[in-house]
Design a protein around this ligand. Structure first.
Ligand code: AMP
Length: 114
């Protein structure tokens, strides 16, 4: 298995896990871009949001978002707010080809993003 996030989901490489869902896992980003930066991934490999076109796979994104919102509340971000980001493909800035939702919080976010 050469996908780093599949290896994290399998417990083969360590990660700072903050929450587990039935089909999803949340862990802290190694290179945080905000005081709180968590990644939420599906346990099963999906390369990107662009691969969620069929009805069977589409609910995966809902599960990731649900867990991200739960983690945001758990980590005390709900009142001040936070940002959920899904970088998709090269122009989207995706560098790891396993679908993930970024949960960023703990500072004021700017718009437009870079
Ligand atoms: P993206 O650029 O949207 O594909 O995001 C990939 C994210 O994964 C980056 O923010 C990286 O810092 C993060 N990352 C890469 N490898 C690891 C790892 N082993 N553990 C935690 N975060 C990682």
């Amino acid at each position: 298995m050469d996908c780093i996030f599949c290896r994290i989901a399998a417990g083969e490489i360590p990660a700072d896990v903050v929450a587990r869902g039935e089909g999803a896992l949340a862990f802290r980003d190694l290179n945080p871009q905000a005081p709180t930066h968590v990644l939420v991934i599906p346990r099963h490999h999906v390369p990107s949001a662009g691969h969620l076109t069929d009805a069977e796979r589409a609910p995966v994104l809902g599960e990731l978002m649900r867990l991200a919102v739960e983690v945001a509340a758990q980590l005390g971000l709900a009142d001040q707010g936070y940002r959920l980001v899904v970088n998709t493909g090269a122009n989207g800035g995706q560098t790891v080809d396993h679908l993930h939702v970024h949960l960023l919080g703990g500072r004021q976010m700017r718009w437009p993003p870079g």
